[in-house]
Design a protein around this ligand. Structure first.
Ligand code: F6R
Length: 588
């Protein structure tokens, strides 16, 4: 949520274009507004625009700004409406700040600053940082001292970068609970929420830890710990797969990422060997995740309990630490996350760490992300960078890792993995059929998804995909639960999308479908060839390849992604950047 970048040009060259290129890579983190500020002739020059980055670019064409030290921001609004006035960089006289996170004690700080005569011009929590820095500088503090004092005062989560008219060659940046990396190139030193933002000009990176901060001046970066003692963190090479993420022949990243699933699955199988030791002496599994990743966890519960015979709790991470959860002895905690930086999941894990001696395993897509760094062990989904805000390939790759954890002792199922990428490839051929189906349902105001067993979470995921990118209200239900209330929603118009392969629950799901058919006409069933022979002819049947029933959640997710994509296209929404959302959720 919110992307920040800061660049210091070592050779004194203008960095404005580099900042904009970096923001392009960060736009997935929020697109309510974007802004840039540079130091130019001992003045701060800034430009901001509401909406997508393109609006800022257009504005910059008419009003170019230049400077060799600058910061940029792409916003997902938390405090204050997405107006130009609330867009970052936020300034106070000679200070400009960009911030990702939330300053929780901003009200007290604001009150205090107002008493000192500072006038607040935005509705943001960030403005206190700019004024606090300005106040310390006015009081004669050195830049480092001023920054250190401000870091001691602010509470909450932040990645911040600041530039100063009175220290024109210097940039300072800090992190606490929001990601921040420092990149090094031949001609630039950068800070950014994400390494991809700096990979065009940097080859090495240092990931700041909580409480750490950096001062970049005159071609050097000096690092400090939370007590402001100098530290010397180790540089790492920026990995090649961060360097290029283009849409290629596809109209949207989401479609590209859906189509990449067979390869993501293949690589995830190849690169993840699951050591059975991981479950040694474990008597309970606790899964923590949010959104789509949470649904992957729900599927895992079916698999783990069936094959590992270990009880599993799947918890919505944002709820977990705000009740009084009981963490039993010998619990294995598993965090599932694409971004690796979802604050709810990170905080829930930290709660587990503080309140138990449980081993913590992460399943993450982004290498070196915060959650992977605080875990005892990480399995990486080898899905590659996921740019589309709606998670697709990371989800099926998460399922692959979870399935491998579950099926470890089952030779036949472990062998079956080899066929999975090819079967998923076949499912992609359903895209044309999904276009036709989308044509039929895209004007509906609401849709129902039904599934049983491990396909129940897939019905939730199908509904989430539809609502987040097409803005059509959709809900997933356990098919057997429908008669306990949701059935009242069914009429001739509402699409009822049922997941019904010919598996051990087929008869039960088929009778739930009959009940729906008795009340509505728009029944669409995703099934296989055997199932299709037995299901009512008055329904629309989409036939998927036949697959072992344990793998069905992975396969059935794919056409539902394609359906959501095609509905969104027909409704004319911004598929890759749906309204109000951001790819990475770093605020509570
Ligand atoms: C939906 C989606 C979100 C994320 C959720 C958790 O398509 O992407 O629901 O799954 O915000 O994010 P991660 O997996 O990055 O922790």
């Amino acid at each position: 949520m919110c992307g920040i970048i800061g660049i210091v040009g070592i050779d004194g060259k203008n960095v404005a274009n580099n900042i904009i290129s970096g923001l392009e890579k960060l736009e997935y983190r929020g697109y309510d507004s974007a802004g840039i500020a540079v130091v130019c002739d001992r003045r701060i020059e800034k430009l901001r625009a509401v909406g997508k980055l393109q609006n800022l670019k257009t504005k910059l064409e008419g009003n170019p700004i230049s400077g060799s030290v600058g910061i940029g921001h792409t916003r997902w609004a938390t405090h204050g409406k997405p107006t130009e006035n609330n867009a970052h960089p936020i300034t106070s006289e000679g200070v400009a700040v960009v911030h990702n996170g939330i300053i929780e004690n901003y009200r007290e700080l604001k009150f205090d600053l107002q008493k000192d005569g500072f006038i607040f011009e935005t509705e943001t929590d960030t403005e206190v940082i700019a004024h606090l820095l300005q106040r310390e500088i006015n009081n004669g503090c050195s830049l480092c001292k001023a920054f250190q004092k401000v870091l001691d005062l602010i509470e909450g989560s932040y990645a911040i970068a600041a530039i100063f008219s009175s220290f024109p060659n210097t940039l300072v940046a800090a992190r606490h609970k929001s990601p921040l990396a420092v990149g090094f190139g031949e001609k630039h030193i950068c800070v950014g929420s994400d390494v991809s933002a700096m990979s065009a000009v940097c080859c090495d990176v240092i990931y700041l830890e909580d409480g750490e901060w950096v001062k970049i001046a005159d071609g050097n970066a000096t690092f400090f710990d939370k007590n402001s003692n100098p530290i010397e963190p180790v540089k790492q090479k920026i990995s090649d797969d961060l360097i290029s993420i283009e849409k290629g022949e596809y109209a949207h990243y989401m479609l590209k990422e859906i189509m990449e699933q067979p390869s993501a699955i293949r690589k995830t199988i190849l690169y993840n060997k699951i050591d059975k030791e991981i479950f040694h002496d474990i008597s309970r599994i606790l899964i923590l995740a949010c959104g789509t990743s949470y649904y992957a966890g729900m599927v895992a519960k079916y698999w783990f309990e069936k094959f590992l015979k270990i009880p599993v709790d799947v918890e919505i991470a944002s709820e977990y630490r705000y009740r009084s959860p009981i963490i039993g002895k010998n619990t294995l905690a598993i965090a599932i996350t694409q971004s690796g930086e979802t604050i709810d999941t990170l905080e829930a894990l930290e709660y587990v760490r503080k309140n138990s001696n449980s081993r913590v395993v992460a399943i993450a897509n982004v290498k070196n992300s915060a959650i992977s760094r605080v875990s005892d062990f990480v399995f990486y989904t080898e899905a590659g960078i996921e740019v589309g805000v709606a998670s697709t390939k990371a989800f099926t790759a998460q399922l692959v890792i979870l399935a491998r954890m579950a099926f470890g002792n089952h030779e036949f199922l472990m062998r079956e993995f080899q066929n999975l990428p090819a079967i998923c490839e076949e499912a992609l051929d359903l895209n044309d059929e999904m276009k036709h189906l989308a044509q039929r349902i895209h004007t509906a105001n609401s849709a129902i998804y039904l599934g049983r067993g491990s396909l129940y979470p897939i019905s939730l995921e199908g509904a989430l995909k539809l609502k987040e990118i097409s803005y059509v209200h959709a809900e997933g239900f356990a098919a057997g639960e429908m008669k306990h209330g949701p059935i009242a929603l069914i009429d001739d118009n509402i699409p009822v999308i049922c997941l019904c392969p010919h598996n051990e629950l087929f008869e039960k799901t088929a009778s739930n479908i009959q009940v729906a058919l008795a009340r509505g006409k728009n029944i669409i069933i995703f099934t296989d060839s055997e199932g299709s022979k037995l299901l009512p002819s008055e329904t629309t049947k989409i036939i998927l390849p036949t697959i072992h029933s344990e793998f069905a959640p992975i396969l059935y997710a794919i056409p539902l992604q394609l359906l959501a994509y095609n509905v969104a296209l027909m409704r004319g929404t911004d598929v890759d950047k749906p309204r109000n959302l951001a790819k990475s959720v770093t605020v509570e």
